[in-house]
Design a protein around this ligand. Structure first.
Ligand SMILES: NC(=O)C1=CN([C@@H]2O[C@H](COP(=O)(O)OP(=O)(O)OC[C@H]3O[C@@H](n4cnc5c(N)ncnc54)[C@H](O)[C@@H]3O)[C@@H](O)[C@H]2O)C=CC1
Ligand SMILES: O=C([O-])CC(=O)C(=O)O
Length: 332
């Protein structure tokens, strides 16, 4: 029997990431090849014509799974009955801008959209915040939508996770799908900590630790980390636009694993509300290693944390605590 369609909201749908993301959703990359979807697209008035164009293209692509398209500048209409909300809309960082510069513009957007989602989305709506500052936008959304379960509000660090897998795969000349269990700890910012201490490579007959195969702690503790931390900025510098293709693809990975589950023995990174695991302060949205089953994520517990990692995990937590107070000061 055919499944009922799932309603997926994409905000900022006329933007760079939105344009890459909606066809991926319509092709089944987010929810699977047998899951029909109705795509809701929200943007603001100045982008209304462009949004219309995206809707026309979605129709023209004749996607078999696409059962409807809502394209609107009305946030209430956009949020009505949505099961999944991918929040990409916001003010984008331009070359040379610090993430903090975009904070005040974005937290007020997320405060307003929190109320719309709370009142009009499906009660169990799952939310993925992509727009920067992603962790803090997600936190503001959580705080101003208290009736949405906190476990349903997440932010995207899967792109950073995938970037880390990509760097290891390039370094070792192995296929990226043979590398697993890297971790992104903390903020989707340049303080994030990409950690390979538990990562492995499938060599065909064994799972070998990445650290052992790379055999170059200096590279792993320095260049590897900064390359992943700075990758977004490097792409903005090269394209004069943010990473749209890889962000859209990673957003699909995030939601797919959340809804359909992570493969056995594999974890992924997601920005989630901290419960105090690994000594990270509660009250912030922090990226942890998680496994997903039955549409719920759980933080992987019991990983050994060395002193080097501890410092980096605490530094990125500190930045998030500071961002939280900055966000609140912008709202006052
Ligand atoms: N978490 C992550 O891994 C990544 C996050 N990003 C962030 O994603 C966001 C989107 O990036 P792009 O698509 O490249 O930017 P973009 O500027 O091309 O698109 C943003 C869209 O949001 C719309 N928008 C602005 N205010 C809105 C509102 N109140 N409601 C609905 N839509 C609104 C704009 O009109 C525009 O169409 C940015 O904040 C960017 O920094 C980008 C790459 C990776
Ligand atoms: O700052 C941006 O817009 C880009 C970004 O987050 C990334 O590519 O990771």
């Amino acid at each position: 029997m055919a499944k009922d369609p799932v309603r997926v909201l994409v905000t900022g749908a006329a933007g760079q990431i939105g344009y890459a993301l909606v066809p991926m959703i319509a092709r089944g990359a987010m929810l699977g090849p047998d899951q029909p979807v109705i795509i809701h697209m929200l943007d603001i008035e100045p982008a209304a014509e462009a949004l219309k164009g995206v809707k026309m293209e979605l129709i023209d692509a004749a996607f078999p799974l696409l059962k409807g398209v809502v394209a609107t500048t009305d946030v209430v209409e956009a949020c009505k009955g949505v099961d999944i909300a991918v929040m990409v809309g916001g003010f984008r960082r331009k070359e040379g801008m610090e993430r903090k510069d975009v904070m005040s513009k974005n937290v007020s957007i997320y405060k307003a959209q929190a109320s719309a989602l709370e009142q009009h989305a499906a009660p169990d709506c799952k939310v993925l915040v992509v727009a920067n500052p992603a962790n803090t936008n997600a936190l503001i959304l959580k705080e101003f939508a208290p009736s949405i379960p906190e476990k349903n509000i997440t932010c995207l660090t899967r792109l950073d996770h995938n970037r880390a897998l990509g760097q290891i795969s390039e370094k070792l000349s192995v296929h990226v799908s043979d590398v697993k269990n890297v971790i992104i700890w903390g903020n989707h910012s340049s303080t994030q900590y990409p950690d390979v201490n538990h990562a492995t490579v499938n060599t065909g007959n064994a799972l070998k630790p990445v650290r052992e195969l790379v055999g170059d702690d200096h590279w792993l503790n320095a260049d590897f980390i900064t390359t992943v931390q700075q990758r977004g900025a490097a792409i903005i510098k090269a394209r004069k636009l943010s990473s749209a293709l890889s962000a859209a693809s990673s957003a699909c990975d995030h939601v797919r694993d959340w809804v359909l589950g992570t493969p056995k023995g594999t974890w992924v990174s997601m920005g989630v509300y901290s419960d105090g695991s690994y000594g990270i302060p509660p009250g912030i949205i922090y990226s942890f290693p998680v496994t997903c089953e039955k549409e719920e994520w759980s933080i992987v517990q019991g990983l050994k944390i060395d002193e080097f990692s501890r410092k980096k995990m605490d530094a990125t937590a500190k930045e998030l605590v500071e961002e939280k107070s900055l966000a609140y000061s912008c709202l006052n």
